[in-house]
Design a protein around this ligand. Structure first.
Ligand code: FE2
Length: 524
C-alpha cells in the first residue's frame, strides 16, 4: 500500500488540534440544543488519481417542512481525510461553511492524494462527528490495475427496502455507478396497494419538496452504507425531476415550458445538493452539467451521459400532447428523423471526441437507458412498435453514436443502463436495424433496486422478434457487479430475495464474460 501522507497537514494536525477538533464527541453527541446533524450520512465521488469529492449535508431535522433540514444559519464544518480507517493518520483537513444556499450540503474536492489507494474521511460540525466513509483514488493514468465495480438504478422508497445497496456495499466495490431514478418524484396513492413504506408526501414540485425527498432516501441505512463504502459516480434519469420529461417539456402538456423549467431548476439543485459532485456541476438556473468522463488508469474510461437535459421532444407525440412514452408504430416517420437527438448536439460531439481520444482498454458508456432496439408489443392494443421515451425514440442519435464507435475503432465498448427495471444483455450491431451487420458493442442493463419490473411473460413473448437480446429477466430486484481486468470483464446480475424484507439475502442470477477484442457477452 502506498501510504502517502501529506507532511504539511500532519504537522498542522499533530497534537492539540486533532484532539480538540475530533476526539471527544460521539457520532450521536448533542450540543447546544441541536440534534445530531449528520442524519443523511456521508458520500464520496467522482474520483481522480489524486483525490475525490467528499460530501455530507447537515440536517438535524431532515424532513423540516421548509426543506431547510432544520438549520437557519451558516455552519462551519471541519473535514479530514486519513490514510487509515481509524482516522489516526490525517493527510488532509480543512474547514468549509455549509450555507442555506445549498441546504447546508458540503462538497469538498480533496486533491493531492496518492493514486490507487483507499482513504477514509469524516466531518465535524455543530459539536458532532459524522460517520466515517471510505473513498478511493483512481489508479495512476498509465496503470492497468483491476477494478471491482457496481451499478444500480431505480430505487423507489415506497416499493421496499434497499437491500440491493447493502449487498453491493458488502462486495466492497472500488467504484459504484448510480444510473438514474435515485429518488422518485412521484408517490403512489395511499390506497393503491403499492405503498410498502410511504414517502409521506405527494409528487415533488418545489425545491423543498425535492430536498425532502432526497433527505428521506438518504436516511435509509442501506443507502448510507453503500455511499460510506465506496466512491460513486451519479447520473440521472427522469424521476429525479418527473416521469418521462424531455429537456424543457413536462410529460404533462398543461404545464407551460417556463413553469416546468422552474421545477427542473429545483430538482437539479436538489440533485446537486445530495450528490458528491464537483463544482463543475453546480447548477445555473435550470441548467446543470453532469455528463463527464472518468479514467480508471488505462483499464477503463467511463463516459457518463446525461440522457434527459438536452433531448429533443419524444417522437410521435400523441393527440393529447402528452410527452409520456408509448409504443409508436414503425409507420411514424418521426422515429427516423435525423434532426432529433437524445444527448443534444454538444454532448454528442463531446462523446465522439471522448471515443476518439480514449487510450483505455475498456470503454464503458454509463447512462440511464436500454440502448438496444426493442421491437415490442403494446400491452393494451397488442400492436408492435417502439418505445418513444428510450433510445428507440432517438434512432438517429443511436446510429451516430454507434457509427462513432466504429469510426474510431473504440477499444471494447460496453454500455451500461437502467430505467427498464429488468436485466438485459444485448448485442449492439454496427447498424442497429440490420442483425447481419457486425456486433460492435456489448450491453448490460441492471434491474431496479426496488421498482416494479415490466411483465415477464409479455416481454418474453417479444424476444423472438429481437434476436440480439441474449438475456432478459424482470422478475427480481437487484444490482450489477463487475470484475474488470485487462483480460476480462465478468458481469454478475445480482438479485435479492424480496424488496419487502429488510433482511433480504442475495444471489447471482446470471453471469457473463466479455473478452477483449470480441464484442458480445458470453454466458458463463
Ligand atoms: Fe425507474
Amino acid at each position: 500500500m502506498n501510504d502517502a501522507v501529506d507532511q504539511g497537514s500532519r504537522r498542522v494536525l499533530s497534537g492539540l488540534a486533532v484532539a480538540t477538533a475530533f476526539s471527544i464527541l460521539s457520532p450521536f453527541a448533542r450540543s447546544a440544543g441541536v440534534d445530531y446533524p449528520f442524519t443523511l450520512g456521508v458520500a464520496s465521488g467522482d474520483p481522480l488519481p489524486d483525490g475525490f469529492v467528499i460530501w455530507t449535508r447537515l440536517a438535524p431535522l431532515f424532513n423540516a417542512a421548509d426543506g431547510s433540514g432544520g438549520l437557519k444559519r451558516a455552519v462551519p464544518v471541519r473535514w479530514r481525510v486519513a490514510s487509515d480507517a481509524a482516522m489516526t493518520r490525517i493527510v488532509k483537513q480543512g474547514e468549509v461553511l455549509a450555507t442555506e444556499r445549498f441546504a447546508h450540503s458540503v462538497h469538498v474536492e480533496v486533491a493531492g492524494l496518492a493514486a490507487g489507494r483507499p482513504y477514509w474521511y469524516q466531518f465535524e460540525g455543530l459539536g458532532a462527528q459524522s460517520p466515517v466513509g471510505q473513498a478511493r483514488t483512481t489508479p495512476p493514468l498509465q496503470a492497468m490495475a483491476s477494478a471491482r465495480l457496481g451499478f444500480v438504478s431505480c430505487s423507489h422508497w415506497e416499493r421496499g427496502y434497499f437491500s440491493a445497496y447493502r449487498h453491493l456495499a458488502a462486495e466492497q466495490p472500488d467504484l459504484v455507478f448510480f444510473l438514474g431514478d435515485y429518488i422518485y418524484d412521484s408517490s403512489y396513492a395511499v390506497d393503491s396497494g403499492k405503498v410498502f413504506r410511504a414517502h409521506g408526501s405527494g409528487n415533488a414540485v418545489s425545491l423543498s419538496d425535492y430536498r425532502n425527498r432526497y433527505a428521506l432516501y438518504k436516511t435509509d441505512p442501506d443507502l448510507q452504507a453503500l455511499h460510506a463504502a465506496a466512491p460513486s459516480v451519479a447520473t440521472w434519469d427522469d424521476h429525479e425531476v418527473q416521469n418521462d420529461y424531455a429537456n424543457r417539456w413536462s410529460q404533462d402538456p398543461k404545464i407551460p415550458v417556463a413553469q416546468f423549467l422552474q421545477q427542473r431548476a429545483a430538482a437539479y439543485q436538489a440533485f446537486y445538493e445530495h450528490m458528491p459532485l464537483r463544482a463543475s456541476s453546480v447548477p445555473k438556473g435550470p441548467d446543470m452539467r453532469i455528463y463527464r468522463r472518468l479514467d480508471y488508469g488505462r483499464l477503463a474510461r467511463f463516459h457518463v451521459l446525461d440522457g434527459r437535459q438536452y433531448r429533443s421532444e419524444q417522437p410521435c407525440i400523441q393527440a393529447n400532447g402528452s410527452h409520456q412514452g408509448h409504443i409508436a408504430a414503425n409507420t411514424c416517420s418521426d422515429l427516423r428523423d435525423l434532426g432529433r437527438t437524445m444527448l443534444g448536439w454538444q454532448q454528442e460531439a463531446w462523446l465522439d471526441q471522448g471515443f476518439a481520444q480514449s487510450q483505455a482498454q475498456w470503454n464503458v458508456i454509463a447512462q440511464d437507458l436500454l440502448v438496444a432496439p426493442l421491437l415490442q408489443r403494446d400491452l393494451s392494443n397488442h400492436k408492435v412498435g417502439h418505445w418513444t421515451d428510450g433510445w428507440d425514440g432517438y434512432v438517429a442519435n443511436r446510429s451516430r453514436m454507434l457509427a462513432s464507435i466504429g469510426r474510431h475503432k473504440v477499444s471494447n465498448p460496453v454500455f451500461w443502463g437502467g430505467d427498464i427495471h429488468s436485466f438485459w444483455t444485448t448485442d449492439l450491431h454496427a447498424d442497429a436495424n440490420n442483425p447481419d451487420s457486425p456486433v460492435i458493442a456489448t450491453e448490460f442493463v441492471g434491474s431496479s433496486v426496488t421498482s416494479d419490473g415490466p411483465p415477464f411473460e409479455a416481454f418474453s413473448k417479444i424476444l423472438p422478434l429481437n434476436p440480439h437480446v441474449k438475456f432478459f429477466d424482470s422478475r427480481q430486484r437487484g444490482y450489477v457487479s463487475v470484475e474488470l481486468t485487462a483480460q476480462k470483464m465478468l458481469t454478475n446480475f445480482r438479485v435479492i430475495t424480496d424488496p419487502r424484507d429488510p433482511n433480504a439475502t442475495v444471489s447471482t442470477l446470471k453471469s457473463f464474460v466479455v473478452e477483449p477484442g470480441r464484442a458480445g457477452a458470453i454466458a458463463v
